[in-house]
Design a protein around this ligand. Sequence first.
Ligand code: CMC
Length: 438
Amino acid sequence: MNEMSKPATQTVTVTLDGTNRSTTLPLLPGTIGPAVLDIRKLYADLGVFTYDPGYGGTAACESKITYIDGDQGILLHRGYPIEQLAEKSSFLEVAYLLLHGDLPTKSEYETFVKGVTYHTMIHEQLRRFYDGFRRDAHPMAVMTAVVGAMSAFYHDSLDINDPRHREISAFRLIAKVPTIAAWAYKYSIGQPFMYPRNDLGYAENFLYMLNAVPAEPYQINPVLARAMDRILILHADHEQNASTSTVRLAGSTGANPFACIAAGIASLWGPAHGGANEAVLKMLAEIGSVKNIPDFISKVKDKNSHVRLMGFGHRVYKNYDPRAKIMQQTCHEVLAELGIKDEPMLDMAMELEKIALNDDYFVSRKLYPNVDFYSGIILKAMGIPTSMFTVLFAVARTVGWISQWKEMMEDPSQRIGRPRQLYTGATARDVTPIDARG
Ligand code: CMC
């Protein structure tokens, strides 16, 4: 048992049929949610592994950060419902919460904001990295590389066993990812890089670095800044998903946090994960208009087509994604603020949602809109290019990744992650010389 968890109150006894071998495994209770069967001595006692491709039934770690009840559509960060955090707090308050376990007091918040803000600039030599990329490089490629390269620049905070170093690395990552992301965008459109402005809030500064140019004053729209802050809150953490598990697995080897977060960014890129918000917009563009939706839905239902309704379905949520509800509301606020009335993308999105919520194919498989279904439409309306959508997700999730990494580093039972396998390849055989092979 891990020192952090409660003792087992129940056990499960497993017997290997046809043998006299059996083992009694403790069932570890959480504070909420299903208990977990501690199988650590299963191999020693029975000589067998467990098999769970995709880890749908496997708890890979103990965590106090985020709780999801996929059947009820509940998402809690440190116990606080996402709906309340999105309404009543800012992204940096949520960042503090994820990292430290409680919402900050006013003075704790001010100190935290100061700590993050102090680190918003990136090393001037790191700026030259951008010149090495082709102009049409995907900004996620640039993000992965530049964040990974941070470990070559910030040697003074790389002792992962020193809590102060871990804190400085966390500050550096949270503070610098918006700058790195905005510069990836500026590079792709050939505009000058905008240096961060520490007099602005986190989301405001990000919008400023993305949209401002040195030649003209830039007015920040408070509705859009609030929408951006909310998008960041809604993407901040999501339990042990693919990219977070990647960060933990990389971190379990003792790799430095910049390398671990770069690994997380790479993992987030895929269309089944963070790449979905970009894929939703591509899908809507492909559909083209509401009248083409029935044909598209038929394709989605045809197993041989391999077409999926992007922005729908979730490994854990088998009910409405609570983040999607907030996103839908934010989407309407942003479109109203920008005076966008007849947005064909939104009409298509609404129609797709209506069909999917009533069609037996989607209902029977519990496929509901997820967070990415609406975030793409909001970002597009805000003038952010599609290729930047997943980058934005990475900016927000950096907070979750670094909080999960910190928690892992502070866990006394932490050891290198090393899954096993069900081997179905060739059994042992001899190498024949190349000339003698048939
Ligand atoms: N469109 C059509 N059918 C789907 C979809 C979809 N989006 N998602 C799942 N299905 C079907 C799937 O074909 C399967 O049907 P059947 O039982 O007949 O074979 C059934 O639903 C179960 O699918 P699964 O692939 O076993 O489910 P999963 O839990 O492994 O996949 C998922 C979860 C998110 C990868 C998947 O739903 C998907 O590919 N969705 C589209 C991509 C997307 O929006 N991803 C963003 C997720 S939220 C943000 C994030 O976590 O990054």
